[in-house]
Design a protein around this ligand. Structure first.
Ligand code: ATP
Ligand code: LTN
Length: 328
């Protein structure tokens, strides 16, 4: 049976291999049999101050990359979060039904705020805005990387809490969907941290639009270890294990098979092959990206998406306001 799928990516920079293998790959798989809504979450991006011109560019950049990897605007709704006012509106209602205690426990907030008194309030409330994004579309399934598990759990908790108080038909309680391989791709320079758009070192990640020279440099310099054996062991050999995970996810091959293929060989061979596979996967994406950005069709697709998402959101907003006794 067709389900409602919702997910979002922040327009904070170029989408990288982690975003692709953890989230976007699922977006494409799911759109065949489900009703999918994919958002560019610009309101989330401003929890940390952003240059307006850069933000606008990054929004179009993410929209184009959605399409480049295979999200089809004829099948899925693609839109910008701030074009549908229900996100911010529902976030307020949910904020009034969440606890400061549970938000204080979010590891992403703890990492990003570093217990600073001047951390923006938006950074603290971020998971509630995410819960609003999801609940606003009666979402059944949320495809994300495993770093979002805690936020999905919070979304479920708040939905169940509101349902208990205002009626079971207030919110659909969603479920996260995480891939077995690719749910957590690590940084190339520090395989104990997750690959991230906002990390300072460019060589810590492979972005989908990177050229051959950058891909080669990042992979060949990736941190490994000194024992020289190609074996999947994330605890003791996080660097090599990460390269095997990326490789396996890119060519849809189980890591165990790659271990057998590379038994007795050096890290150099594995890295060189991974460069080759990555370059081949990304080359057509770069070409398609240039075409889409030049075509001028993005704005029309996003406007159309906002209209479709807006009508859906209106139905849920009306229901929620009625349940709470808000408005006329
Ligand atoms: P930022 O560095 O700006 O916080 P990010 O790289 O974490 O950004 P998001 O826009 O927050 O990217 O995430 C988009 C999607 O990609 C989410 O579903 C998230 O779980 C997934 N994702 C992000 N990083 C990784 C990663 N290293 N491995 C797997 N999935 C990831
Ligand atoms: N918090 C997510 C991005 C995000 C999201 C969402 C993901 C915002 N709203 C709704 C899924 C569903 C992140 O990746 N940092």
């Amino acid at each position: 049976m067709s389900k409602r799928v919702f997910s979002g990516v922040q327009p904070t920079g170029n989408i990288h291999m982690g975003n692709y293998l953890g989230a976007l790959k699922q977006f494409v798989q799911l759109q065949r049999d489900n009703e999918c809504v994919y958002c560019i979450v610009d309101l989330h991006a401003i929890t940390v101050p952003k240059d307006p011109k850069e933000l606008r560019e990054n929004i179009l950049n993410v929209a184009a990359l959605y399409m480049v990897v295979g999200v089809d605007p004829a099948k899925s709704t693609i839109f910008i979060q701030s074009d549908v006012s229900g996100h911010a509106e529902l976030a307020w209602i949910l904020m009034c039904n969440s606890y400061t205690g549970e938000l204080s426990r979010m590891t992403q907030f703890k990492d990003k705020s570093r217990a600073s008194e001047s951390a923006p309030t938006g950074l603290f409330a971020y998971p509630i805005l995410m819960a609003a994004d999801i609940l606003l579309y009666d979402t059944d399934i949320v495809p994300v990387g495993s770093d979002q598990k805690q936020h999905i759990e919070l979304t479920r908790d708040v939905a169940i809490r509101v349902n208990n108080k205002y009626g079971d038909d207030t919110f659909v309680v969603p479920e996260g969907r995480f891939l077995k391989e690719g749910a957590r791709i690590m940084s190339l320079d520090d395989p104990t941290a997750k690959m991230s758009k906002s990390a300072e070192n460019e060589l810590s990640r492979i972005s989908l639009l990177d050229d051959e020279a950058k891909i080669k440099k990042a992979i060949m310099r990736a941190t490994t270890d000194s024992d020289g054996e190609i074996r999947y062991d994330p605890e003791n050999k996080p660097g090599v294990s990460n390269l095997l995970t990326i490789y396996g996810a890119l060519v849809d091959t189980p890591v165990a098979e790659l271990e057998r293929k590379y038994a007795g060989q050096g890290y150099g061979t594995l890295k060189k092959d991974l460069v080759e596979v990555t370059v081949q996967t990304l080359r057509p994406l770069r070409e398609r990206y240039t075409e889409i950005r030049a075509s001028g069709e993005l704005e029309r697709i996003l406007a159309d998406g906002a209209e479709r998402a807006g009508s859906q959101a209106e139905i849920v907003m009306k229901r929620v306001k009625e349940k709470f006794g808000l408005g006329l």
